[in-house]
Design a protein around this ligand. Structure first.
Ligand code: PGA
Length: 252
């Protein structure tokens, strides 16, 4: 019912030529994949080239961030409209690196959610607790706050283009993946929040991705969980063979 999404977040990696090579390699090795939505998220400087290289394929392109204004005196920023203009399909917002390293809070992320809703772009809204929050029993409160504040004021009609990515901060780039059960527990909770906010139909239709050290050897178990609808992959998405294996996860 929910088409799985496997998204590669390349973070601050790859020159333009490396990004083109990586995306065309993924394209040629996944031409037989019809039941998974594939997304790649290059750096801004490679976005245009990758969007061009993938045009005509079913692989979608995401920006890793945006600023919540269409235009204006905002030196150094990029708007959703400009991202859409070059053929992108999604924008990742609220990634924990942006929250932690660049001080982005839920209110600012909520402005981005609304700015994206003004365009045809999809939103990949990242949420997730830190280890300290998990260990102090705050996990559900943190997830509730990030979902409710992040989506605040967003109309139900805009939810069709929203994807949630649950990324426990302690699992990102650490090699420590959440267990299948931990992922399922959080995903089920997030889906119950969507039910509270938007009702059963939206909750049942919204894709919730898991992120945090997803690799070829753990993707199958994660994807077998009933509320895990895909993966947001960092490190392993830079290795073509690994990323292709993740896209071709085995249904267990
Ligand atoms: P990782 O990154 O797969 O390298 O842990 C995931 C992410 O930050 O989206």
């Amino acid at each position: 019912m929910r088409t799985p999404i496997i998204a590669g977040n390349w973070k601050l990696h790859n020159t333009r030529d490396q990004a083109i090579a990586l995306s065309t390699g993924i394209k040629s090795q996944t031409s037989d994949v019809t039941d998974v939505e594939i997304v790649v998220a290059p750096v801004f400087t490679a976005l245009n080239a990758v969007a061009d290289a993938l045009r005509g394929s079913s692989i979608k392109v995401a920006a890793q961030n945006c600023y919540p204004q269409a235009q204006g005196a905002f030196t150094g920023e990029v708007s959703p409209q400009l991202v859409e203009d070059i053929g992108c399909n999604y924008v990742i917002i609220g990634h924990s690196e942006r929250r932690q390293l660049f001080g982005e809070d839920d209110a600012f992320i909520n402005r981005k959610v609304h700015a994206l809703a003004e365009t045809g772009l999809g939103t990949i809204l990242c949420i997730g607790e830190t280890l300290a929050e998990r260990e102090s029993g705050q996990m559900f409160n943190v997830l509730r706050r990030q979902v409710c504040e992040g989506l605040k004021g967003l109309g139900i009609e805009s939810m069709v283009r929203v994807v949630i990515a649950y990324e426990p901060v302690w699992a990102i780039g650490t090699g420590k993946t959440a267990s299948d059960q931990q992922a399922q527990e959080s995903h089920a909770f997030i889906r119950s929040l969507l039910d509270e906010l938007y009702g059963a139909q939206v909750a049942g239709a919204t894709r919730i991705l898991y992120g945090g050290s997803v690799k070829p050897d753990n993707v199958d178990g994660l994807m077998a969980q009933p509320d895990v609808d895909g993966a947001l992959v960092g490190g392993a998405s830079l290795k073509p063979a690994d990323f292709v294996r993740i896209i071709k996860f085995q249904k267990v």
